[in-house]
Every structure is written in structure tokens, then in C-alpha cells.
Design a protein around this ligand. Structure first.
Ligand code: ATP
Ligand code: MG
Length: 196
């Protein structure tokens, strides 16, 4: 029994070690976090923490911003190596002005483009970008071209529900987070440190 287990584990280790040896490429990757479940933006912020731990330079562009201040905004404001810009229009169902939202989306994208050209920025987070494409505020092809032309070691994390086919295709890593359960449906309001 015990030996069988040991043998299996040894074979597994040989296989895993060989796979690790094979994966020897370093390059900037695109991580796409989509789906209806909770955990997209907070996962992006987890990668921001990792990057800042190595003193990498980070840019965060938020394409939708609620009116509520968040814990991460307060925390990141104190960090040296991160710059954050937000499309300060609030949620689109609050503003209800499509032309204005479109204009703000374009202005925000122009700032994102600057980061996506800047070799000094190691990680760019494009939070809630998927909606800008789905609402047709921004042109998908323009975004894909800019992503393709970015510095070759620059990482990008994109979040938002219902990612377009083009984004899924261009991304190196895609996680679709499923909404199995959410506390909100039990009338539990957004909690500090968890939801905001
Ligand atoms: P988070 O920022 O918590 O990682 P997210 O980025 O995956 O969430 P968004 O769609 O951007 O999800 O929504 C952000 C806010 O809405 C958070 O407060 C989150 O807890 C809440 N939320 C996310 N998914 C759901 C859901 N399925 N039902 C209700 N509320 C949700
Ligand atoms: Mg989010």
C-alpha cells in the first residue's frame, strides 16, 4: 500500500518536474478574469500586491466606478509604485447619459493607452474593461491592436463580466468565475474588506 503510494507520487513528481522544465518562457501575459461570480477585481488587486512586493511599477485603470470609496483605493493611495485613474462617471445606470459615458470612456482609454505604451510600467490593470466593449463605448479592435503592440514584458489584467470573444482570444490566461452563491441575495449588504 505505502509503496504503491510512494511510486505514484514519484512518477507524478517526475512528470511535474519535466513540465516545469519545459515552461521556460518569460513574457508579458494577459490575464482575463470574467464570469458572473465575485472575485474578479479583487483577484486583480491580489496580483497588484504581488507586483508591488517585487517593487514593480503598476498602473490601474478603472472603467466603471461606483460612488462608494473602496478599501483598496485608500490602501493603494499610500503605495509608491502605483498610479490609478478612474472613469469618474459612476455606474452607467446612475448617469443614464450615453453620450457622456462614451466620452468619458474614451478619455479613460486614452490614459490606458499611455500606460500600454510605457515600458516602465510592468503591470496594467484594466478593471471592468469588458463593459466598454459590450456597451460599444470603445472599439474592440482598437483595444486589441493596442494590447498586441504593448511592451513585450508588460503584463495586463482585464476584468469584467461577459468578456468578448476577441478578449478571450488575445488573453493568455482566462478564468471564468462562476456565481454559485452570493451573500447579497441573502440581503447581506456589501461588507468592508470583502466587497469594497
Ligand atoms: P470583487 O470586486 O469583489 O472581486 P468582482 O469584480 O468579481 O467583485 P463586479 O461585478 O465588479 O465583481 O462587482 C463588484 C461588487 O459587486 C463587489 O462588491 C462584489 O461583491 C459584488 N458582486 C460581485 N458579484 C456579485 C454577484 N454575483 N451578486 C451580487 N453582487 C456581486
Ligand atoms: Mg469588478
Amino acid at each position: 500500500m505505502t509503496n504503491g503510494y510512494k511510486d505514484r507520487m514519484q512518477r507524478k513528481k517526475v512528470h511535474i518536474d519535466a513540465r516545469i522544465q519545459e515552461a521556460n518562457i518569460d513574457k508579458g501575459i494577459i490575464v482575463l478574469l470574467t464570469g458572473n461570480g465575485k472575485g474578479k477585481s479583487s483577484s486583480a488587486l491580489g496580483m497588484v500586491c504581488r507586483a508591488l512586493g517585487y517593487e514593480l511599477q503598476v498602473a490601474i485603470v478603472k472603467f466603471l466606478k461606483g460612488t462608494q470609496a473602496t478599501g483598496e483605493d485608500a490602501f493603494l493611495a499610500k503605495q509608491e509604485n502605483v498610479r490609478i485613474i478612474s472613469m469618474n462617471t459612476g455606474f452607467t445606470w446612475d448617469t443614464q447619459n450615453q453620450e457622456f459615458d462614451k466620452k468619458m470612456a474614451l478619455e479613460t482609454w486614452q490614459q490606458a493607452e499611455q500606460y500600454l505604451k510605457d515600458k516602465a510600467i510592468n503591470l496594467v490593470v484594466l478593471d471592468e474593461l469588458t463593459y466598454m466593449i459590450n456597451y460599444k463605448y470603445l472599439d474592440e479592435q482598437v483595444i486589441l491592436n493596442t494590447l498586441n503592440a504593448r511592451p513585450k514584458n508588460q503584463h495586463v489584467v482585464i476584468t469584467g463580466r461577459a468578456a468578448s470573444e476577441g478578449l478571450i482570444k488575445i488573453a493568455d490566461t482566462v478564468s471564468k468565475i462562476a456565481d454559485t452563491k452570493h451573500a447579497f441575495r441573502s440581503n447581506i449588504r456589501a461588507q468592508k474588506g470583502i466587497d469594497l
